[in-house]
Design a protein around this ligand. Sequence first.
Ligand SMILES: [Zn+2]
Length: 372
Amino acid sequence: MLGSGDLRRYSRHLLIPEVGLAGQGRLRAARVLVVGAGGLGAPVLQYLAAAGVGTLGIVDDDRVDLTNLQRQVVFGESDVGRPKASAAAARVRDINAGVCVEPLPIRMVAGNARAIVRGYDVVVDATDRFATRYLVNDACRLEGKPDVYASIFRFDGQVSVFAPGGPCYRCLFPQAPPDGSVPSCAEGGVLGVLAGMVGTWQANEALKTILGIGTPLVGRLALIDALAGRVREVALATDPACPLHGDAPTIVDVSDDAPDDVAPAPRGVAPLAASELDAFLAARPLARILDVREPHERALGPAPQAIEMPSSVLEARLHELDTAVEYVVACRVGAKSRWATQRLYDAGFRRLRHLDGGLLAYAAARPEFPFF
Ligand SMILES: [Zn+2]
């Protein structure tokens, strides 16, 4: 299967008894789907391409943004604005022309998830959304494919392999965390190098799965703490109550009902589109923006004439607010503010609006606000 050029190219693999000629052939024959060409996908795609994995599918419906370059090292400055799937595919082809790349610039949804997953041997979940993780998990289990999972936030990462017969993501997290309780990387940030550390763990697990060597992270969750420089391991057991593959499964197909990582719009409060904010404030002299970003987030850009009250101290400072004033509650991307709006509503405030998409959406059309 391997030509003479391949023997030279993969010689450092061929020297390892656990890989060898047979293992390299397995890699060549393997079809791996990488869902998400972001911080985790960047090392996964590049190392799997370099390792000689024969076919790499890349699912991502996003475009490269300047803020991605801090950690998504599969892209360069010239890629900003390009679809991630095709930009990553170009990089993979440059690393290894022998790899067949299948860029899929679409969002994985219930309507296509199983059909996409079905065409591959191993699936790498490199997404950053809770809803997509449940979707990938369910599609993989229903199609009998191993799901190599990882996630990252700030300095912390976790990796596991949800293989048929072992525990799955729903065994680990039966329910999505409460709305707004877990910020995304866009909301809370992530150390760029952590994406590389955790993504390479993921690539390693994908390679081990293909080669059938070593001890896979099945039934085990590796917790990587970049700040402490420590890796811990937690044992995972199959949950008999798992709705996907427990004693009495209730999930027989994938659905888009999976919980999203964005809190629902606060009950009883109308959202305010970012494009309407200026006109809204101009028409209501008593209305104020309530900026619930933390001080370090405010350093990214000011909100016009806002009352600054970080969500972390909202509870303690509620008495400073006036129920007669109309507040437009705003944060950076509109997740924390949903929680804050709900809290204010529950505390008796009724003159509330919630800034949809956050100050990021407001600033997008205004060069005078240098948000990023
Ligand atoms: Zn399960």
